[in-house]
Design a protein around this ligand. Structure first.
Ligand code: GLC
Length: 565
C-alpha cells in the first residue's frame, strides 16, 4: 500500500512538517462549490513542490455537516459531498507516490445525532444498552424539566438537550459539549471502545499513516457530572486564558469536569497498541487544549500518543521574551517524556495568524473576528509578522503544522456576509461570536479563474475576498520574495540543515525585542520589535523581509550560516 518514494526512517513524525487540508476549502473538482477528495488529489503535486512531509485531512466522512464534518454519521465511509472511498484510495496512493504521508481525523468525543447508534439509543429508551453508549441523564426539577447540570456548550448555550419519547412526552436529556447535533459518547461503555478500535483498524487497513484525534482531552467526564462554571476569560476548549503567560495555568480549566480527566489516558494506551499492530510508524496526534504544557505532555508519554498540538505556542503573542519562554517550556515539557515538541500557528478553529498577530484585542481564540471587532488588524503588519513568525517556527526542532493557505499569507476573511456564515458558534450565540468561518474560506490558486481556481465551477461555499486575487498561488509561484517562495525556501533549508532534529542554543540577546539562537550550523534571529537590528556574522540564508545591508528590520526573521570560532 505504501508507495516506494515514501521517506522511510524510524519515527518520521518527530521532524515532519504536516500540512492541514480542510477538504471543504482546498480544491473542488466537481464544480459544486465545495472542495472534494478528487480536488485534493489533483493539487498534491503543488504540495510536493512546497516541500511538506505529510498531510492531515480534516473530516471527510459521512456527515450532515452541522459542524462542517466534525459531526460524523458514519466513521467508515466518505460523504458524497467529498467523493467515495475509491477517491480516498486514489488520494492516498497519489500522496504516497509523491512521498507524502496521510493522516486522517478521528472524532471520538461525539458522533452526529444522525448516526445510527444515536438514533438506536433514542428509540431504545431509558435504561437500555443503546442509551448507555451516549451520555443520557434524567433531568432535574419536579418532572425532569431542568437539565442534569449547568454545563455550557463550547459553541454557546446549554450543553444538554431534552429528548422526546416515542409517545410524544418529554424524555431524558443528552449531553453535547458542542452543537445539539453532536451527542457525547459515554466512554465508560466497553462497546464504544470496541467500535473505535474497529474504526482505527478500518483506516489503518487502508494504509493511513496516522490520526489527528479531535477533542482528545474531552472523552471522559468526572463521576457524577458535577456543576461547573468556567472562568469568564477562560478558553472555551479548556487550556489557559490567552491573557495568561505561557506556563501559568488558570485554576479552573484544570478542574473542569469535562476536560483533561485522567481516564482518557487509558484510552490512548489502548489505541497505541492498536497502531503498533501495523508495520511502519503510525502517529496519533492529540488536539488537547490542556495547560500547562507539562500536563499536556502526559498525552504523549511513550505508551500513549506521539504528538500533541502545541496550543500554548499558537496563543503566544509576537513578543520575543514570551516566545523564548514558551519555546524553552515546550522543549522541556515534551522532552521530559521523550516526545518531540510540535509548533503550530494556524488551523481551522482559530483566527489566521496573518491577522491574529496584528490584533490589538485579547483572548480571541474560538470567538473569531468580523466587521465589528474592535482592534481589527492592519493587513500589512499582519502579513509581515506572519512571515517572520512562520520563518521562526520552521527553524525550530520538532514537528511543525501548517494550515492550508498560510503559505500564501492569507489573512482571516473578516467581511463575510452574515447570510454566508455556517459555524454553529455564530448561530448558538446569536451572532455575538463570529466563529471560525473567516479562516475556512476556500483558498486561491489562480488569480484569473472563477473562484480563483478553487473550483472547476464559479462558486465557493464561502465567498472569497476580492483582494485574494493578489495572493493566489500563481501570483506567488517563482516570484522572489513572495510568501510562497519564503515557505519553500524555509522548508528546503530546514531539511538541508537538519534543523528539525537539532537543538536550541540561545545566543546573547541583541535587544529585548530580539531573540537569537543557534540550531546546528544555522543562526536564527527574530526581531519582534519595530527598530532595526544589526545581524551577527554569517551568510544570510533566508530573510522574511528585505535586508538593508546587514540590518534586520522590525517584525522580521533571518537565518544565517553560523560562523564557527
Ligand atoms: C475540534 C475541531 C473543531 C470542532 C470541534 C468539535 O475542536 O477542531 O473544528 O468543531 O472539535 O468536534
Amino acid at each position: 500500500m505504501t508507495g516506494t518514494k515514501l521517506i522511510s526512517g524510524a519515527e518520521w513524525w518527530r521532524t515532519a512538517v504536516i500540512y492541514q487540508i480542510y477538504p471543504r476549502s482546498f480544491a473542488d473538482a466537481n464544480g459544486d462549490g465545495m472542495g472534494d477528495l478528487a480536488g485534493i488529489s489533483s493539487r498534491l503535486p503543488q504540495l510536493k513542490d512546497l516541500g511538506i512531509d505529510a498531510i492531515w485531512l480534516s473530516p471527510f466522512y459521512t456527515s450532515p455537516q452541522r459542524d462542517a464534518g466534525y459531526d460524523v454519521s458514519d466513521y467508515c465511509d466518505v460523504d458524497p459531498l467529498f467523493g467515495t472511498l475509491d477517491d480516498f484510495e486514489v488520494l492516498q496512493r497519489t500522496a504516497h507516490d509523491l512521498g507524502i504521508r496521510v493522516i486522517v481525523d478521528i472524532v471520538p468525543n461525539h458522533s452526529s445525532s444522525d448516526h445510527g447508534w444515536f438514533q438506536a439509543a433514542l428509540a431504545a429508551g431509558p435504561g437500555s444498552e443503546e442509551r448507555a453508549r451516549y451520555t443520557f441523564r434524567d433531568g432535574k426539577g419536579k418532572v425532569g424539566e431542568l437539565p442534569p447540570n449547568n454545563w455550557e456548550s463550547v459553541f454557546g448555550g446549554p450543553a444538554w438537550t431534552r429528548t422526546t419519547d416515542p409517545d410524544g412526552t418529554p424524555g431524558q436529556w443528552y449531553l453535547h459539549l458542542f452543537d445539539t447535533s453532536q451527542p457525547d459518547f459515554d466512554w465508560d461503555s466497553e462497546w464504544v471502545r470496541e467500535q473505535f478500535r474497529a474504526v482505527l483498524r478500518f483506516w489503518l487497513d487502508r494504509g493511513v499513516d496516522g490520526f489527528r484525534v479531535d477533542v482528545a482531552h474531552g472523552m471522559i467526564k468526572a463521576p457524577g457530572l458535577p456543576d461547573y462554571t468556567p472562568p469568564a476569560e477562560g478558553g472555551s476548549m479548556g487550556g489557559a486564558p490567552a491573557t495568561l503567560e505561557p506556563g501559568i495555568s488558570a485554576e479552573s480549566p484544570v478542574t473542569a469536569p469535562y476536560w483533561a480527566q485522567d481516564g482518557v489516558h487509558e484510552i490512548y494506551r489502548d489505541w497505541h497498541k492498536v497502531l503498533a499492530e501495523y508495520p511502519g510508524d503510525r502517529v496519533l496526534a492529540a488536539e488537547a487544549w490542556v495547560d500547562p504544557l507539562s500536563k499536556m505532555a502526559k498525552w504523549v508519554r511513550p505508551d500513549e500518543m506521539h504528538q500533541a498540538f502545541n496550543f500554548a505556542y499558537l496563543e503566544t503573542p509576537w513578543n520575543a521574551a514570551k516566545l523564548k519562554s514558551v519555546i524553552d517550556e515546550s522543549i522541556e515539557a515534551f522532552g521530559n517524556v521523550g516526545a518531540p515538541s510540535t509548533w503550530v500557528l494556524s488551523n481551522h478553529d482559530v483566527v489566521r495568524h496573518a491577522s491574529r498577530l496584528a490584533l490589538t484585542g485579547e483572548n480571541l481564540q474560538g470567538h473569531g473576528i468580523g466587521p465589528k471587532t474592535v482592534g481589527l488588524p492592519n493587513t500589512a503588519v499582519g502579513l509581515r509578522r506572519a512571515r517572520a513568525a512562520s520563518a521562526l517556527m520552521l527553524s525550530l526542532p520538532g514537528s511543525s503544522y501548517l494550515y492550508q493557505g498560510e503559505e500564501l499569507g492569507l489573512p482571516e476573511a473578516v467581511d463575510l456576509p452574515d447570510y454566508a456564515r455556517e459555524d454553529p458558534t455564530w448561530f448558538r450565540t446569536n451572532g455575538e461570536r463570529y466563529g471560525r468561518d473567516g479562516c475556512r474560506v476556500p483558498i486561491p490558486w489562480e488569480a484569473a479563474s472563477a473562484s480563483f481556481g478553487f473550483s472547476t465551477g464559479a462558486q465557493s461555499w464561502l465567498p472569497q475576498p476580492i483582494a485574494w486575487a493578489g495572493l493566489a498561488r500563481d501570483q506567488q509561484n517563482g516570484v522572489a520574495g513572495s510568501t510562497l517562495e519564503l515557505y519553500k525556501l524555509a522548508l528546503s533549508l530546514r531539511r538541508e540543515h537538519s534543523l528539525a532534529s537539532g537543538t536550541v542554543e540561545w545566543l546573547e540577546s541583541l535587544g529585548s525585542d530580539v531573540m537569537a539562537y543557534r540550531n546546528g550550523d544555522v543562526t536564527i534571529v527574530a526581531n519582534t520589535g519595530a527598530a532595526s537590528v544589526q545581524l551577527p556574522a554569517g551568510d544570510v540564508l533566508l530573510a522574511s523581509e528585505d535586508l538593508v545591508g546587514r540590518t534586520l528590520p522590525g517584525d522580521a526573521t533571518a537565518w544565517l550560516r553560523a560562523v564557527t570560532a
